[in-house]
Design a protein around this ligand. Structure first.
Ligand code: SF4
Ligand code: SF4
Length: 323
């Protein structure tokens, strides 16, 4: 009997999601034994034309990581959607834009100016910017078109499931792959469309072993500015920890290592906007009544927008990119 077909793709991403797949260690052998891997640019030498030649819906499962930054990312998202029965937004970039979507705070023009003119290592006296098509005597040279803003996968195609994380924890990846194999082998029903796989249904705080007390913050600190109590809640100590605004599932990895949660598992259940949820959590811990004093305390938070929306800018209700 023909094996189910598996595709893995990276769009605008750092490659960490592909490493997370390899990090499942010997279980990768089960994946290779059960699936026919038909496309995985990071690890194999299939070409786009190989995918284009496949019949629609011939790929059983596609794990798509990376956000949609340019025309190539979008073309592949649409192609893989057409060819796949189940399309999974794998990792924070595909789920909600992640670090690449922080670029939505600025414009394409400003990004190009910084990269191709203002960077000290750039020598560009003729002020040449990359063009989608360049005519040379042999014909037209094409490169992908850089979009004005970064989108999540579900902002360009229909997505069946999401696996959060930057990257998803390998234990969670292994659990999801095992569950998928079980479903396909034993004819079990798929979870409802839109389900978040490989994560919990609480917040990171619920997995955190630190002791919480009444929160009365007079000043926020960056990590290097104070000596951290290893047992006490970081937010109680005035360190911005995204735990209250982040879905459980990683086992509170960062906070256990004395580093605040940055929010990579995305918003918890029933929270539409992770940044706004964090804003609400922050406002409840500030110990001040007077507007001036509140402003002073808030101003001690370094880069609030980038901190609260580090992973979820593409899904932000602020719609900063449209301003
Ligand atoms: S805010 Fe951070 S440190 Fe505090 S309980 Fe939540 S996850 Fe733990
Ligand atoms: S603690 Fe937060 S930032 Fe760290 S892995 Fe977990 S969800 Fe991601």
């Amino acid at each position: 009997m023909a094996k189910p077909k598996l595709a893995l793709y990276w769009a605008a991403s750092c490659g960490g999601c592909d490493v997370a797949v390899l990090d499942i260690e010997v279980k990768i052998l089960d994946v290779a034994a059960f699936f026919d891997i038909v496309f995985w640019p990071c690890a194999t030498d299939f070409k786009y034309k190989d995918v284009e030649a496949m019949p629609d819906k011939s790929i059983t499962l596609c794990l798509f990581n990376g956000s949609i930054r340019n025309s190539e990312n979008e073309k592949l998202a649409k192609l893989l959607r057409a060819k796949s029965v189940v399309l999974v937004a794998f990792g924070s970039c595909a789920q909600e834009g992640c670090i690449p979507a922080l670029a939505n705070l600025t414009t394409k023009e400003a990004i190009f100016k910084t990269v191709y003119l203002d960077t000290p290592s750039t020598h560009n006296p003729d002020k040449i910017f990359p063009q989608p098509v360049t005519k040379v005597k042999e014909g037209d040279l094409e490169i992908p078109v850089f979009w004005e803003k970064v989108k999540s996968l579900d902002q360009v195609v229909d997505v069946d499931y999401y696996i959060p994380g930057c990257p998803p924890q390998s234990t969670q990846v292994a659990a999801v792959i095992e569950a998928v194999i079980d479903i396909l082998k034993n004819g079990k029903p798929l979870p409802p469309k839109g389900t978040i796989l490989g994560a919990g249904d609480k917040t990171c705080c619920d997995e955190c072993p630190r002791t919480r007390k009444e929160k009365k913050v007079k000043q926020f600190y960056r990590l290097h500015e104070i000596l951290i109590n290893p047992d006490e809640c970081l937010l109680d100590q005035g360190i911005v920890c995204m735990g209250p605004a982040t879905r459980s599932g990683c086992g509170a990895l960062c906070v256990k290592a004395n580093v605040p949660c940055r929010g990579c598992y995305g918003a918890p259940p029933n929270v539409h906007d992770q940044g706004l949820k964090m804003l609400s959590a922050i406002s409840s811990v500030i110990d001040a009544q007077e507007p001036d004093e509140i402003d002073k305390i808030i101003n001690t938070i370094a880069d609030p927008t980038g901190t609260f929306y580090r992973f979820s800018m593409a899904h932000s209700t602020l719609k900063i990119a449209d301003l």
